[in-house]
Write a protein that binds this ligand. Structure first.
Ligand SMILES: [Ca+2]
Ligand SMILES: [Ca+2]
Length: 177
């Protein structure tokens, strides 16, 4: 919200008020998406934040929570496609982003940050001739891999991976508005 021309102060003030109102509505650098969540409850509007910085899984989650949201929970194929395409459009060189998924409590029992079970396994990465994710790979971190991220260098619907929670990646927050 820059106001370089002094003579347009009224217009400028109006713009500033609009900007302030918008940022209160949705503090994040925002993209709104109307997500179709079910037949009965047709539309829900959410805010998404795609970081450019990189943090560990728990630090990224803490950051989302300071903004009144949490790490992303993916509820539909439409949402998966949206976050994948948007992440890729915003930043091509750093392709891994934390989402709100972990099996830290019990190995291979993947949970979203709201405690619900990750009951769809369709978006885990699998490549022909290679092990399928999640693989709890222990060579990088002896504790294994207990946090979930997407990798936008893969295919949208085969892009989830488990990674060491300590690794710094970009992240995606979500907030209901
Ligand atoms: Ca694991
Ligand atoms: Ca892995």
């Amino acid at each position: 919200c820059l106001c370089p021309v002094v003579g347009l102060s009224t217009l400028c003030l109006l713009l500033l008020v609009t900007c302030a109102a918008l940022s209160v509505l949705c503090k994040y650098k925002l993209l709104k998406l109307k997500v179709q969540i079910s037949q009965s409850k047709l539309l829900e509007t959410k805010c998404y934040y795609f970081s450019s910085r990189m943090l560990s899984w728990s630090s990224s989650r803490a950051w989302c929570r300071t903004q009144g949201g949490d790490l992303l929970i993916i509820n539909s194929e439409q949402e998966q496609n949206f976050i994948f395409d948007t992440s890729r459009a915003l930043e091509q060189s750093i392709t891994r982003l934390w989402i709100g998924m972990t099996d830290a409590e019990e190995e291979d029992d993947w949970r979203w940050v709201d405690g619900s079970k990750v009951n769809s396994d369709v978006y885990w990465l699998s490549r022909p001739g290679m092990a399928t994710e999640p693989d709890d790979w222990k060579l990088d971190d002896p504790l294994g891999e207990d946090c979930g991220h997407v990798d936008t260098s893969e295919n949208a619907l085969k892009s989830w991976m488990d990674g060491s929670c300590k690794k710094p990646y970009r992240w995606i927050c979500e907030k209901n508005i």
